[in-house]
Design a protein around this ligand. Structure first.
Ligand SMILES: [Zn+2]
Length: 282
């Protein structure tokens, strides 16, 4: 059994403020960000340990936060593999790619609620700068949901999602079969009531054990085709740039729509549109 672990940072225990998850030259002191890199490795390792202890032969970890170069390789579990570098396929890099893109299940660790959630910690959907909401077949999708669509196309069920309680509520609606681990209560965008890192790691280990015990019940997330995607951007200028991509429809001043034949195309189109939309924001 091979397990894929995609690790973000905003949904880790002990993290609530943007200064803890990004670092810019000339910005705030990077001490908090560097500490978060350790917390990220620790929660990833909890998932890896439990997967290896309960039947996984190989675990592949994808650093899925920001520029995706947060995890220090030497911090990761000795038996885990790490997807490193600059990632065109972002939070799902490594899935569906030869020679080793097939997995029996995926865990999302350190994930967060979608853009606009009233209490989700650092809630956003792919781009906090450009995206107000992403919908698939009329339903708002957070990052866990969008990533699950691409993984579903490639035959990989999402079996475990860890983050705050806001995320857990969204996952219960989108991916009800997945085990949910709540490591903090969101009290607002930049404030949380969190478990200790040690308690969060224990909860993740237990969640992975429960998920693997139920692996036969896990389902692929495959919304009915043809898939209709819609993205609300923050400004009309962002929508102008997104609409450069052929096949898009301008549905409103800030809203771009498109059709996709399958989950892989839907995910790739969402990535392309959100990346195009960052051009006028730069
Ligand atoms: Zn992130």
């Amino acid at each position: 059994m091979r397990i894929y672990v995609s690790v973000d940072m905003e949904g880790l225990a002990g993290i609530a403020h943007p200064h803890q998850v990004v670092f810019a030259p000339g910005g705030p002191d990077r001490t908090d960000y560097d500490r978060s890199r350790g917390l990220m490795a620790a929660e990833a390792n909890a998932a890896v340990e439990a997967a290896l202890a309960h039947g996984a032969r190989e675990v592949v970890v994808n650093d899925s936060h920001w520029q995706m170069r947060n995890l220090r390789a030497e911090d990761l579990h000795d038996e885990a593999r790490l997807v490193i570098g600059d990632k065109p396929l972002s939070m799902t890099q490594g899935v569906g790619e030869a020679p080793d893109g097939a997995f029996d299940g995926a865990a999302f660790i350190g994930y967060h609620a979608g853009a606009g959630h009233p209490t989700g910690v650092i809630a956003h959907t792919y781009s906090s700068v450009t995206v107000l909401e992403i919908r698939v077949n009329g339903v708002a999708h957070n990052e866990a949901g969008l990533n699950a669509i691409r993984l579903g196309y490639h035959g990989v069920p999402v079996i475990l999602v860890a983050g705050d309680d806001a995320l857990a509520g969204e996952v219960a609606a989108l991916l009800p079969w997945a085990e949910r681990v709540v490591v903090k209560r969101g009290l607002g965008t930049n404030v949380a009531d969190s478990l200790s890192p040690a308690a969060a790691r224990a909860a993740i280990r237990e969640g992975m054990e429960r998920a693997l015990a139920r692996i036969g019940e896990m389902r692929l997330y495959e919304p009915n085709p043809p898939l209709g995607g819609q993205i609300d951007f923050r400004t009309p200028a962002m929508a102008d740039y997104a609409c450069v991509l052929p096949g898009t429809d301008r549905l409103g001043p800030r809203t771009v729509g498109f059709r996709a034949d399958d989950g892989d195309a839907l995910y790739r189109t969402c990535l392309a549109l959100t990346r195009l939309a960052t051009i006028p924001a730069a």
